[in-house]
Design a protein around this ligand. Structure first.
Ligand code: C2E
Ligand code: CA
Ligand code: CA
Ligand code: CA
Length: 277
């Protein structure tokens, strides 16, 4: 009859309304999130697979919304991009993470590194290079210890322009890494053309170890080794994965098996000089 489906449609419309309302609400509060100090960074340790020491940290953005609670970066970063709010937020992340590194190099270890996620939009913006220049000229940190993580998707368009920009950033002294490697578009082509220092092997390939599917992972490691790139395994959760990686040319790993992302206080408690580990 005529009425079949009406309920479903009303239900779906209601769902869409709710999603839309949430999106609007998030977008509106994102405008003031920075000044409200509702954004903060957490830091996940990056472990050396040979020495088992903490080589450095990856800075990860968190947003505590007063009404809606903790909003994951995968949800609010795309929103911020749409609303053109991403630039001030991203520039804040770079400066905050670099300042934290300067402090921790004094407190924890002088050669500690910091990895920072860079969105495609941020990478293309002029204020990004200015922010990096600002960080360098302040001389609080040596950019050799800072790795900027880009995704393969930055280079779908304007390949030449992207390469030039990467060269400029490297000339300032920063290291460049390809994040989520193996999940983007035409990875192999990029690898040859792009001036990069490191690959972060996406979690899907690490999860393969536990399923007995190591073929792609082995190829990526072989490739990275041939190109003399630093290799970081992401999302290591199991001892099976860890012991497999220990026997490969992969240099570093990150994952819940060692540590989740930590607050500043947690890092200082666990790794600070008063509590050496
Ligand atoms: P990503 O850069 O690939 O970061 C790794 C994500 O995996 C993080 O999620 C981290 O908490 C999670 N993770 C680490 N180890 C494990 C593990 O063993 N198991 C599992 N299941 N997950 C693990 P998070 O913090 O939710 O970040 C999600 C994504 O949001 C990041 O993926 C990155 O693309 C983006 N993001 C985070 N912070 C920033 C930022 O400051 N700027 C930009 N542009 N993007 C950011
Ligand atoms: Ca990352
Ligand atoms: Ca990643
Ligand atoms: Ca990811």
């Amino acid at each position: 009859g005529k009425s079949i489906g009406t309920g479903t449609i009303q239900y779906l419309t209601h769902e869409m309304d709710e999603q839309f309302t949430r999106k609007l609400q998030l977008e509106r509060s994102l405008f003031t999130a920075l000044e409200d100090q509702a954004l903060h960074l957490v830091y996940q340790p990056i472990i050396n697979l040979k020495t088992k020491h903490v080589d450095g940290f990856e800075a990860l953005l968190r947003w505590n919304h007063t009404a809606l609670g903790s909003i994951p970066p995968d949800e609010f970063i795309p929103l911020a991009e749409e609303a053109a709010l991403i630039t001030p937020i991203n520039n804040w992340v770079v400066i905050e993470a670099c300042e934290r590194l300067a402090l921790w190099q004094k407190q924890i270890a002088p050669d500690l590194t910091m990895a920072i996620n860079i969105s495609p939009h941020q990478f293309q913006s002029d204020s990004f290079v200015r922010t990096l220049q600002h960080v360098v000229s302040q001389k609080k940190i040596d950019p050799r210890f800072v790795t900027l993580e880009l995704t393969e998707n930055i280079a779908i368009l304007q390949t030449q322009r992207t390469i030039e920009r990467m060269q400029l950033i490297q000339a300032l002294g920063f290291r460049l890494s390809i994040d989520d490697f193996g999940t983007g578009y035409s990875s192999l082509q990029y690898l040859r053309a792009f001036p990069i220092d490191e690959l972060k092997i996406d979690k899907v390939f690490i999860d393969g170890i536990d399923l007995g599917e190591n073929g792609l992972l082995d190829s990526i490691i072989q490739l990275g080794q041939n190109l003399k790139l630093n290799l970081v395994a992401e999302g290591v959760e199991t001892t099976t994965a860890l012991s497999y990686l220990e026997a490969t040319a992969c240099q570093q790993m990150q994952g819940f098996i060692f540590s989740e992302p930590l607050s500043v206080e947690e890092v200082e408690l666990r790794f600070g000089s008063s509590n050496p580990e």
